[in-house]
Design a protein around this ligand. Structure first.
Ligand code: ZN
Length: 133
């Protein structure tokens, strides 16, 4: 596993939150993207060498909408970049981590992504992501 690729924050209203975080960081988001299969709209901020992803659910069945319903807005996941996502899935399963989707899916920002269930990671939703070449 490499560096933290980004931190994902669940928000109710992406437009409003884009303004809040733009004031916070002193610069606007550099892109927005909708991932229809996941029912999310996202925006990305670059802060130094770090990236922040804001996520809004686009329907009530979206994992983001459900998260906010249960826990409210806030930090949703931490994403780590990996070079070999399938190799990491195999390794982490062997270590006993619960993988939510063993077959990587297409996420935002041109990445293949796999999520680990928070119940095996002390309550933190972990995303593994690999750049699609
Ligand atoms: Zn993410």
């Amino acid at each position: 596993m490499n560096k933290i690729e980004h931190i994902g924050i669940a928000v109710k209203d992406l437009e409003k939150s884009n303004e809040i975080f733009a004031s916070l960081f002193g610069k606007s988001h550099y892109k927005t993207e909708e991932v229809e299969s996941e029912g999310v709209k996202t925006s990305f901020f670059q802060v130094g060498s770090n990236k922040i992803e804001l996520l809004e659910g686009t329907n009530e069945n979206s994992p983001i909408s459900k998260f906010i319903e249960k826990k409210g807005e806030g930090v949703h996941h931490i994403a780590f970049s990996v070079d070999d996502i399938l190799g990491e899935v195999t390794r982490l399963k062997k270590e006993g981590f619960v993988v939510l989707n063993e077959i990587p899916k297409k996420g935002a920002d041109n990445k293949l992504v796999v999520f680990l269930h928070p119940k095996s990671t002390n309550g933190v939703l972990i995303e593994l992501c690999q750049e699609i070449m």
